[in-house]
Ligand binder design. Structure first.
Ligand code: SAM
Length: 215
């Protein structure tokens, strides 16, 4: 993603603590208090400008959503959308996904969405891929038993790597499409990257995987 310098982003983010949670480590294990309901929590890691979660939050008012994005200059666009939409079930965290366990504990999250994650094509950067085994471990540490990861990408190499990584970790495959837009999958909400790549004629890969019940 090309990053534009937005020196005002930090100040703007600070003005909306109701939408971009300012001290997320204090909310660990207490997200239901933050949302003031007992609804399940779904998170998107690497949410970008927030188009996907905004659509999901509108479509599913009975589910709480948190978008996680490391760059202020990017998350501020998601914040603009959220300010306009005024959704009570959508919040943002301006943090690095490498530290998810600082903000969430076991059973806090029911589902993790990964959409068009950075592919990090060089082998020596494999550990940075959001489907690398260390990330799968940290998702497991914050998810409910049998929690799920839903993953979409246009990048065949990343998809192949991720399927292998899911399999080696022991995750169960629930859904697989090698061409999402030509499949019979219903209710797809497009991300910004999905719109861009599918307009260029690129196929979209999608899968859903589930953690095994802990014994
Ligand atoms: N999900 C959006 C979409 O599909 O349009 C954005 C995709 S973009 C290629 C990937 C996003 O993930 C970027 O905004 C990037 O800053 C964010 N990201 C990458 N690594 C991250 C990390 N470790 N923690 C939080 N965000 C991350």
């Amino acid at each position: 993603m090309r990053l534009r310098n937005k020196p005002w982003a930090s100040e703007k983010i600070g003005q909306y603590p109701h939408y971009v949670v300012p001290n997320p480590e204090e909310c660990k294990g207490k997200w239901n208090e933050v949302f003031q309901n007992e609804n399940p929590l779904h998170i998107e890691v690497g949410t970008g400008k927030g188009q996907f979660l905004l659509g999901m939050a509108k479509q599913n008012p009975h589910i709480n959503y948190i978008g996680i994005e490391v760059y202020e200059s990017v998350i501020v666009s998601a914040l603009d959308r959220l300010i306009e939409a005024e959704l009570p079930n959508f919040k943002l965290l301006n943090v690095n996904a490498e530290e998810l366990e600082k903000y969430f504990t076991k059973n806090d999250v029911e589902r993790v969405y990964l959409n068009f994650s950075d592919p990090w094509p060089k082998k020596r950067h494999a550990k940075r891929r959001l489907t690398y085994k260390s990330f799968l471990q940290s998702y497991e540490n914050i998810l409910v038993d049998e929690g799920e990861i839903h993953f979409k990408t246009d990048n065949q190499g990343l998809f192949e790597f991720s399927l292998m990584s899911f399999s080696e970790y022991g995750l169960l495959l629930k859904f697989l499409s090698l061409d999402l837009h030509k499949s019979d999958f219903e209710g797809n909400i497009m991300t910004e990257y999905e719109e861009k790549f599918s307009q260029k004629g690129q196929r979209i890969y999608r899968c859903e995987v589930k953690y095994r019940e802990s014994l």
